[in-house]
Design a protein around this ligand. Sequence first.
Ligand code: ATP
Length: 200
Amino acid sequence: MLKVGLTGGIGSGKSAVSAALASYGAVVIDADAIAREVVAPGTPGLAEVVAEFGEGVLAADGSLDRPALGAIVFADKARLAGLNAIVHPRVAERSAELMARAEAAGARVLVYDVPLLVENGLEPLYDVVVVVDTPDEVRVERVSRDRGMPPEQVRARIASQADRRTRLASADLVVDNSGTREELADRVAELWRALLERAA
Ligand code: ATP
């Protein structure tokens, strides 16, 4: 089973590419979804986060108040490391579980959608790193149009992530998403062929 790390900056089109790959038969694992799942209400992960950071990181409905937690950990590296020590092993465990399940089901291609793959130096975990490459201004336009996020906020997020050249330097394969959705569909069809070749 070929392990593919799919990455790209905010609004580059990872979800669109993942969905198309899934339609071809890839098993897709969403790293952000797992990171949310392991600290969902009622989980031991959330209990540990509260034990470490206090009830102040809980929203009124008992779910994790991410902005409140972010305000603590992004101001203090030691506290961020404390949070990672709780979350990362659980994410790793859940990922391994999903991977074993995909393997048992006979999947040929397993795709991990990992937004911060390059920022976190995770390239060695994958057989192939695929970068979705979309010009910054196109991303600003799409994200502000589709999610109602102010353009300045999108630009700030882009500035906080790896830049284009750094991300491309980690790529084994690149998907250009500067064009229309139809053009993207063609690029993903090519990508799928390339992945099957590598899987064989
Ligand atoms: P994030 O990391 O922020 O979750 P993402 O990389 O998963 O983003 P998508 O959500 O797939 O990106 O795409 C960003 C937005 O751009 C979405 O609203 C999507 O529908 C739209 N989009 C993606 N590709 C195209 C395209 N080729 N043409 C027009 N809109 C597109």
